[in-house]
Design a protein around this ligand. Structure first.
Ligand code: NAD
Ligand code: MN
Length: 357
């Protein structure tokens, strides 16, 4: 019997709606298997917790999470609590505290889902975006002086370390090497940003020497948006900084049909700490409580979790169940259907029960 301890942090908005759906799916996977068990513990951290306790999670939150095999996360964001509080108080604390330096964002067009790109068929867009997740533009370094005065000044400092860039670059080459096309695109803005970004390019050059089988090229982030939109088939694995990849992966999610289908994994490749799996979308105030949140992003991130736990059979079974559901046209409104969260969830659970994968 293989048993995994999973920490669920549904948090805000539609987070609980999609995490609950994922827990149902996990249970179905457990029932399909004779030797796989998930022991789920839910944590009520987030903006409601903040209203009661003044913090998004308790001081010893990381200590409470440390013993788990993985974390399933929903979303943060609340109309009454500032975004920088919700983000830094929970999600970023976990990512940084557990040194989950590789943020992995697979994107492809699922069967039955329409890309907004004209003539873009499922095979034309199949990417893995790897986002540096521990430093760069989101290192939280900077300050403000002379608040409210005309001479007010603010700095937002990007920190790039050789260790940080080298480890994400190596991770990206490793991922590219496992993909059929063995193609990596390194994104920077090294024409305008001449320190950290030039170091990225140099380190890419150095690391590439250890991966002679991987073809690689460089792109500036602005030109990259054009290539993603006009020549999606020319890309495969993509690595970029924290900020650049944040932006590019929202674009990628939209090109694949909706943010509601875009998953992400915050990975500690060295496996010292639990990794965290979540949809890339936020708390979606406009649809919270309506029962129409697309749970596919959360399901797909659950499949990423299973892969990370080396439960590749369960991961493949879940992905195939998701694809059978979308192919059958059981879709929420964000991807053009009229199904509800619970309809999609039930269809995926049924597909797992009857799966031959
Ligand atoms: P959002 O991702 O919450 O929503 C953007 C749009 O996409 C909305 O129209 C929403 O309805 C739609 N959408 C998102 N997920 C969907 C799903 N699963 N099914 C159907 N439609 C979906 O982004 P936003 O509106 O910019 O931000 C709302 C809040 O979420 C803010 O407080 C923001 O800071 C926060 N946020 C959190 C995270 C995170 O927790 N990782 C990520 C992004 C934004
Ligand atoms: Mn984002």
């Amino acid at each position: 019997m293989r048993e995994f301890a999973i920490a669920a942090i549904p948090a805000d908005g539609i987070g609980p709606e999609v995490v609950d759906a994922s827990l149902e799916v996990l249970q179905a996977l457990e029932e399909r298997s004779d030797d796989l068990r998930f022991k789920v513990t839910s944590f009520d951290w987030g903006s409601d917790y903040y209203r009661k306790h003044g913090v998004m999670m308790p001081d010893d939150g990381l200590k409470q999470l440390k013993g788990f095999d993985s974390i399933l996360f929903g979303a943060v964001g609340d109309q009454q609590v500032p975004d920088h509080v919700t983000l830094w108080g929970l999600r970023l604390q976990i990512c940084q505290g557990f040194d989950q330096y590789a943020n992995v964002r697979p994107t492809r067009i699922l069967p039955g889902i329409q890309s907004p790109l004209r003539n873009c068929k499922p095979g034309n867009l199949d990417w893995i975006i790897i986002r540096e997740n521990s430093e760069g533009e989101y290192s939280g370094v900077g300050g403000r002086a002379h608040r409210g005065h005309p001479e007010e000044v603010a700095t937002e400092v990007s920190i790039f370390t050789r260790t940080g860039v080298e480890r994400i670059m190596r991770y990206a080459f490793e991922v590219a090497a496992t993909r059929p096309r063995k193609l990596l695109t390194v994104v920077t803005k090294s024409n305008a940003q001449k320190h950290g970004m030039v170091m990225w390019d140099e380190i890419a050059e150095e690391v590439s020497k250890d991966y002679p089988d991987v073809r690689w090229d460089k792109m500036l982030v602005d030109a990259m948006t054009v290539r993603m939109t006009l020549k999606p088939e020319s890309l495969d694995t993509i690595v970029a900084t924290n900020l650049h990849a944040d932006i590019l992966s929202d674009l990628a999610g939209a090109l694949a049909g909706s943010l509601g289908v875009a998953p992400t994994a915050n990975i500690d490749p060295e496996r010292r700490f639990p990794s965290m799996f979540e949809p890339i979308h936020g708390s979606a105030f406009d649809i919270t409580g309506k029962g129409i949140a697309n749970p596919v992003a959360s399901f797909w991130s659950t499949a990423q979790m299973l892969d990370h736990l080396k439960e590749t059979k369960a991961a493949a079974r879940l992905m195939s169940a998701i694809e059978r559901t979308t192919a059958a046209g059981i879709l929420t409104p964000d991807v053009g259907g009229d199904a509800r969260t619970k309809d999609v969830t039930r269809a995926v659970v049924d597909a797992i029960r009857t799966s031959n994968v």
